[in-house]
Each structure stands twice: as C-alpha cells, then as structure tokens.
Design a protein around this ligand. Sequence first.
Ligand code: CMP
Length: 139
Amino acid sequence: MQRVPLFSGFNDKELRRVAELARIVDVPAGTAVTQIGEPGNSFFVIIDGTVAVRTPVGTGAQLHPGEFFGEMSLLDGEPRSATIVATTDLRLLVVDRSHFWRLLDETPDLIRGMLTILSRRVRRLEQTVHAILHGTNPT
Ligand code: CMP
C-alpha cells in the first residue's frame, strides 16, 4: 500500500485502518468493473494492472497502479458515470459503501488526495470539451 500515491502521506495507524476497511480483489482482463448508468457500491484503488475509462464523451483515460475510480457514485449517490474495463488482469483494493465514509472521516489526507485528482479530472474534461467545440487543442 505504501507505493500507492493516494496513501503516500499516511502514517502506520492510517495504513492499518485502510487495510481493515478494504479488501483485495483480483479481476481478469476484459471484465467491466463498473457499468455506466448502473448503481455503484464500491470504491477501487488499482494495485496492479490497467483499466480503460469509457465516459459519455468517449473512451478517455487509462488508469494505472496507484490510481483510483468509483468514488463518484459513493460521493453523490448517482449511478456510475463511466464504464471501466480491465485492459489487463487487475489486483484492486476495494472499499465498500458501508466503509467508505468511515475511511474518509478517519483519513483526511485521503480526502485531500481525492479532491486533487477530481479537480485534475474536471480540468482535463473541460480541455477535452473545449477541443471538441473549437476543433483545436486549448493552450
Ligand atoms: P463512478 O461514477 O462511481 O464510476 C465510474 C468512475 O469512472 C467514476 O466514479 C470515476 O472514478 C471514473 N471517471 C469518470 N469520469 C472520468 C474521467 N473523465 N477521467 C477519469 N476517470 C473518470
């Protein structure tokens, strides 16, 4: 877990808490881990492997070890915003809805890390929309 950037500032107590509230799941390549429009009940951090993110605006980012997904449905209660497909075999750290808020309450650094990445994803999406509307790469 120490090599996951999201947990990089965590002390031993916080790392132990993550280990207590999460489980490790292995997923074969080709599996759709989330389906757009379906209810979502888990948050995922990639330990090993790569996934492709398919949003309503197309196939976007690939996510790699240390990156996370599935937080949006747990944060706002809405259906999954994207389909996430395993492009390789995966090892995932999975936090279920019942433990998600407890984990956030007990590890403020996780909230900071998540907000930073969410801001980055919004920015990238806005740049993509700009490029689509204007047919150029934004500067
Ligand atoms: P959620 O909506 O719960 O399930 C699908 C997940 O895909 C979503 O949470 C995010 O974690 C992830 N996701 C959605 N849109 C993007 C994006 N533009 N870039 C990276 N990840 C995304």
